[in-house]
Every structure is written in structure tokens, then in C-alpha cells.
Design a protein around this ligand. Structure first.
Ligand code: NG6
Ligand code: CA
Length: 525
């Protein structure tokens, strides 16, 4: 889409009202329908090119394809950030993670980084009378400032920010402790064998990848040389809790089963299930059912495993006869990465597969492949199958679901979230006017009317470990992403006015909450 210079200043003023204030509610408010169940599944590190419904030809994902074929399939949808913790924070708070300091990739013993006073998306859904549950990867910290004590009931936990039920992997599968936490308690922990965790120094005597490389079954390619658990060296040190350790091959089965049981328990009243899969994050350890099945190594195998998980959840909804009135959202927390720290032959075995599609960068990057992700919304009762080209950001899920459920968002909560429920339902393709993207170093970009501006940054241009282009440059960058979706040509010098206007709009968005942030932390009523 072409844009004339004179449009931009006009748009800037529109943007300011919609970025800082609440957006207009859709007419859904007056519509009568039974309250739908909601399932939101965050895959981990799944790329825009990883699914056959997004054009992959070297791998087949029939279940996710079926989901996409029955709902709204987005082609221009974005995670707020190019890594996990900030994206998850953005989704659940409706606030850009870069507005709060401690939202970088969280260690496994991080405190809960969402303030318990915050009215989260889950709180709003719960207030609408829903049973709420979180299953799988969490990665937003647990417990008080100073770190998590895994040997007693962990408080605060997800139940303090809206979830009735919790069964979580505290951080990521490559980070200690390698245990599940259910409603604040480590599952299967023997009190005589307490867990110790540190991210600063070795604790206990368990071997580490650094000291005992001969003991590892999966070698690191970068980092990942601390405590060895199940033969896999992890990030961070732990000891104790032997009876509670997960079995990597079984994680998909365990969390899928917990998700299915949550759905079954609540089939007769509206429920909200928020699920984070560990797939396709490293270490990629498929169950024997999927090992070797993709002809693409373990990265491909865990994509098949992820597709199986989605199929299991879909089958559960079908068998309970509740699929029709269930909003099923499937997406990824950030874009794809190929070698993310273990020697799993992911590059060598790609076999022509392109996880990033045609896009530049990858996980960690402010270029498109960092945050442009698959995004699918199925709700058979209300959505006719459609392909959606509107701009969309996960930051809007909060306000959009609130609108669908007829819930008012309390003043100050979800300051960056806009109601785009009609876009989700495929009723309009008038999407949000702009999208903000964030990379590993908090460099921001803005996309508006086919243009993309990346702010200057002094951070390293290349991610040291993964060799991903982060998009950092001391010079401003401007791309015409409609004509040049692969961001090959920086045309900032050719279009100084557009560059300046977009820089100002981004700055306005950054500033607009400076005086309002305390409101965001409003107390729950
Ligand atoms: C990086 C890890 C990477 C992954 C990432 C977080 C190294 C070398 N790399 O620091 O493996 O864990 O953090 O991924 O340790 S995320 O998807 O949860 O944000
Ligand atoms: Ca991730």
C-alpha cells in the first residue's frame, strides 16, 4: 500500500488516542450468545514458515492446518517481542513489556514479574464467571522478590494473577529447575531431598556440562553447560528434588493430559485455558512416537509433536461437544530459531525447510522473523473460515476478548491493548493502525501503512550465540515492507520525512504512558 507524506501526521494523532486511551468497543456488546470457552495456546519459538498452512512444504501439520481452515488465519500478526518472557507479559497484562524494567528473559528462579495488583487478562475473564487455568510453559517467574523457594508453597504464584488452576514448567525446558509446579507446589517432591537452584554459582555436586562433558547425551553448541539433568546440560545450577524431575520425552504427553483434564473438568461452565507448549524450544526432545518421523531431525519431530498436541485438544473439545462455542487461539511467543544452543543438527537437517519463511532475522530480532508469527482464531459458532491480512498484535488479545465477553476493562489496566475483536472474528480487515515490535535489546520498530521504521540503537547488530541479525543499527532504518517484505533495502535516506514521522509516532507511543503507569497497577476490587 502506498502512503502519501501528508497522511502520516494525521495518523499520528489518531494513534495517540488509541495508544494511550481505550479503543472503541465493537457492537459485540449488544450481541446475545452463550459465553464461549477460550483456549489460548502459545507455541514456543514456532516460526511463520513452520506450518503447512503457512506454506511449509517439507513438513505437514494437519491438525493445525485444520484449525486454521476452520477459523481466521492471520498473515500479518505479531508477538509483542522477539523472546518469550516479554511476549507473555504483553499478552497477559495488555501493556508493552518495555514499559516495565524486569521483563527480559527470566531465569528459572525469577520472582513473579507481573504485579499481583495488576488486573490481568485472566482476571478480566475470571470476573466474567470463567474457570481459569494455566498449563505448560510459564516463564513469568514465581514467588517473591529475591527468588523462588521451590521447597514450600510458592507464593505469589499464577493464582494471584487470575488463574484458578496451575500446572506449569516454571521457566523454559533448558533452564533449571526441571520440575513441574502444580498450584504452588513442586509435583512429586520428596521433602527429604529439597531443591536448590542458583543462577550465579554451582550448588550441590551434580555434574555440569562444563566439568563433565563426557556425561552429556545432547551437547551444547552455545551456553547450556551448567547442571546436567537427564543427560542434558541446562542453564543454571540445581541439586535435589530427584523424585520430581521431569522426563523430557514425556513433557508433551504430561502437559497435554493436564490440559485435557482441565477442559473435561470444566466442560459444563465457561472456562479459559492458557497453555504454553515447550515445543519447539530447545532442548528438542521428542517422544519415541515422533522421533525420526519428520526427516528433519528433532526440530522437525517436535513440530509434529506440537501438531499432535493441538490435535488432542481439538479432539477433546469435539468429544465433549463443545468445540463449536470455544474460541481456540493458536500462536507462537516469538519467531523461529534454528540453532538455539544445542548440537541437534537443526541446520544440517533442514532439508530445504524455511522456518522464517521469506522474512529476515529470527527469534531475538526486530526484523520481521523475530515477531511475525502464525496466529489462528477458531470459533465455529461465530467465525466463518477466512484469511485475515489485517495488522494484528498479541497485545490486543486482552481488550478483544474482554469485548467479546462484554467485560469492561478497569481504568488504567491494559493500557496498550485495543479491541480488535471484529478483526479476530474475520468481520473486518480494518486492523490496528500500527504495530510495535521489540527485540532482545529492547530496540523498537513500528509498522504503519506498509512502512516499517526501526529506531537507531547502539546494541550489537548480531546476536552473539545464534548469529541472528538483531536489526540494531546506529542509523535509522526504514523499509517498505509491502514491496520489500524481506527488509533488504533500508530507504531511510530516500524518505527522510516518513522516517521522521514514524520516529515521532514511536516516540509518542513510548512517552504516552509516562504519567499513567502507576494507574496500571490499580488494586483489584
Ligand atoms: C537464551 C538461550 C536460548 C533460549 C533463550 C530463551 C543460550 C546460549 N541461549 O539465552 O537457548 O533459552 O535464552 O528463549 O543460553 S525464550 O524463547 O524462552 O525466550
Ligand atoms: Ca520463545
Amino acid at each position: 500500500m502506498k502512503i502519501s507524506f501528508r497522511h502520516l501526521p494525521l495518523l499520528s494523532s489518531v494513534i495517540l488516542t488509541s495508544a494511550c486511551g481505550s479503543s472503541p468497543q465493537t457492537n459485540l456488546r449488544n450481541t446475545e450468545y452463550e459465553r464461549p470457552n477460550i483456549v489460548y495456546i502459545f507455541a514456543d519459538d514456532l516460526g511463520i514458515g513452520d506450518l503447512s498452512c503457512y506454506g511449509a512444504t517439507k513438513i505437514s501439520t494437519p491438525n493445525i492446518d485444520r484449525l486454521a481452515g476452520q477459523g481466521t488465519q492471520f498473515t500479518n500478526a505479531y508477538a509483542t517481542s522477539a523472546t518469550s518472557t516479554p511476549s507473555r507479559f504483553g499478552l497477559l497484562t495488555g501493556m508493552y513489556p518495555w514499559r516495565q524494567k524486569n521483563t527480559g528473559i527470566a531465569p528459572g528462579n525469577s520472582e513473579l514479574i507481573i504485579d499481583t495488583a495488576c488486573v490481568t487478562m485472566t482476571d478480566v475473564i475470571k470476573r466474567a464467571g470463567y474457570a481459569t487455568g494455566v498449563v505448560g510453559k510459564w516463564h513469568l517467574g514465581l514467588g517473591p522478590e529475591g527468588g523462588t523457594d521451590f521447597n514450600k508453597k510458592i507464593s505469589p504464584n499464577t493464582q494471584d494473577i487470575g488463574f484458578d488452576y496451575e500446572f506449569v514448567i516454571p521457566a523454559t525446558v533448558d533452564r533449571v529447575p526441571c520440575v513441574f509446579v502444580e498450584n504452588g507446589l513442586v509435583v512429586g517432591l520428596d521433602p527429604n531431598d529439597p531443591i536448590q537452584v542458583s543462577y550465579t554459582e554451582k550448588v550441590g555436586s551434580w555434574p555440569t556440562g562444563e566439568e563433565n562433558p563426557e556425561l552429556v547425551t545432547l551437547k551444547p553448541s552455545q551456553g547450556h553447560n551448567n547442571t546436567i539433568v537427564n543427560g542434558i546440560p541446562r542453564i543454571g545450577w540445581m541439586t535435589g528434588g530427584t523424585s520430581a524431575l521431569w522426563v523430557d520425552e514425556e513433557i508433551a504427553d504430561v502437559i497435554t493430559d493436564k490440559a485435557k483434564r482441565f477442559i473435561e473438568r470444566h466442560k459444563d461452565k465457561p472456562f479459559f485455558l492458557y497453555m504454553g507448549t515447550q515445543d519447539v524450544h530447545v532442548p528438542r526432545v521428542p517422544h519415541a512416537r515422533f522421533a525420526g518421523k519428520s526427516n528433519m531431525g528433532t526440530r522437525g519431530d517436535v513440530i509434529l509433536q506440537l501438531d499432535w498436541t493441538i490435535g488432542e485438544i481439538m479432539n477433546t473439545l469435539d468429544s465433549l461437544n463443545i468445540a463449536d462455542n470455544t474460541i481456540f487461539i493458536f500462536t507462537s511467543d516469538n519467531g523461529a530459531v534454528i540453532d538455539d544452543g544445542y548440537q541437534d543438527m537443526a541446520y544440517e537437517l533442514l532439508n530445504g525447510h524455511t522456518p522464517m519463511g521469506i522474512y529476515r532475522g529470527g527469534k531475538y530480532s526486530v526484523y520481521e522473523a523475530g515477531t511475525r508469527v502464525p496466529f489462528i482464531v477458531r470459533w465455529p459458532a461465530r467465525i466463518k473460515p477466512n484469511k485475515q491480512r489485517a495488522l494484528f498484535s498479541q497485545i490486543d488479545v486482552y481488550a478483544s476478548l474482554a469485548a467479546i465477553l462484554n467485560q469492561t476493562i478497569p481504568a488504567g489496566a491494559a493500557p496498550d491493548s485495543q479491541d480488535h475483536s471484529e478483526v479476530m472474528l474475520g468481520k473486518t480487515n480494518a486492523g490496528r493502525p500500527f504495530v510495535v515490535q521489540q527485540n532482545l535489546d529492547n530496540t523498537l520498530a513500528i509498522i504503519q501503512e506498509g512502512w516499517k521504521y526501526i529506531e537507531p540503537s547502539y546494541a550489537e547488530p548480531i546476536e552473539f550465540w545464534t548469529k541472528t541479525e538483531l536489526g540494531n543499527s546506529i542509523n535509522p532504518q526504514l523499509y517498505n515492507i509491502e514491496a520489500d517484505p524481506s527488509e533488504k533495502m533500508n530507504i531511510a535516506l530516500i524518505h527522510p520525512d516518513i522516517t521522521k514521522d514514524l520516529a515521532k509516532t514511536l516516540q509518542d507511543i513510548k512517552n504516552c504512558n509516562d504519567n499513567e503507569t502507576p494507574d496500571f497497577m490499580i488494586a483489584k476490587q
